[in-house]
Design a protein around this ligand. Structure first.
Ligand code: ZN
Length: 185
């Protein structure tokens, strides 16, 4: 009676042991196979993630001085690290666009002399030559005024906290600000 009962039990135990053994020998093989594929498919060490470029979406960026553009992009990356989003609200302008802005200023301020304190003529504007950018919003302009010189960017006019030009060497000292646009020699 006992032997007839234990025989199927032993058979079951052997079957289970074989199944476990089969699984046990299969898993390490397949997982080591995965590791081997990973090791050959990926670089041995992960490269640090490249600093993603800041998309400034500058209109007519190719008409800006390339050095100015590079400086603004580098500064925008620094600003982003400080939690500040830099926008270029105005970069290169055509002579026609600048003339329109100037004419509007003459109307608003009542005289060419007064208008030139705020808007340059096409002949005088650094925007027309691609050598100036206007930075916004206010917190970004403020940031640029304090940190832009690390990339050579300087606020040009005391009455325009948003207007920046490449005016010093990276890390250099910015020239003294002119009171306004009409005081530019
Ligand atoms: Zn400007």
């Amino acid at each position: 009676m006992l032997t007839s009962l234990s025989r199927p039990v032993l058979t079951t135990l052997v079957a289970v042991a074989l199944a476990v053994g089969a699984c046990g020998s299969t898993d390490p093989t397949s997982s080591s196979g995965v590791r081997a594929r990973s090791a050959t498919g990926l670089p041995a060490t992960d490269l640090p993630a490249a600093e993603p470029p800041v998309d400034l979406a500058i209109v007519d960026a190719d008409r800006l001085d390339p050095d100015l553009l590079a400086a603004v992009q580098a500064a925008a990356r620094d600003a982003r690290a400080d939690g500040i989003t830099v926008q270029v609200t105005s970069g290169w302008r055509s002579r026609e666009h600048q003339q329109r802005l100037y004419d509007e200023a003459v109307t608003r301020y009542g005289s060419e002399e007064e208008a030139r304190r705020y808007v340059a003529t096409p002949d005088a504007s650094a925007h027309v030559t691609g050598d100036a950018v206007d930075i916004g919003p206010t917190d970004a302009a403020d940031w640029m005024g304090r940190h832009g010189s690390a990339h050579g960017l300087c606020q040009t006019f005391a009455n325009e906290m948003w207007h920046f030009e490449l005016a010093t060497t990276p890390g250099g000292e910015c020239p003294e600000q002119l009171p306004d646009g009409s005081s530019r020699p």
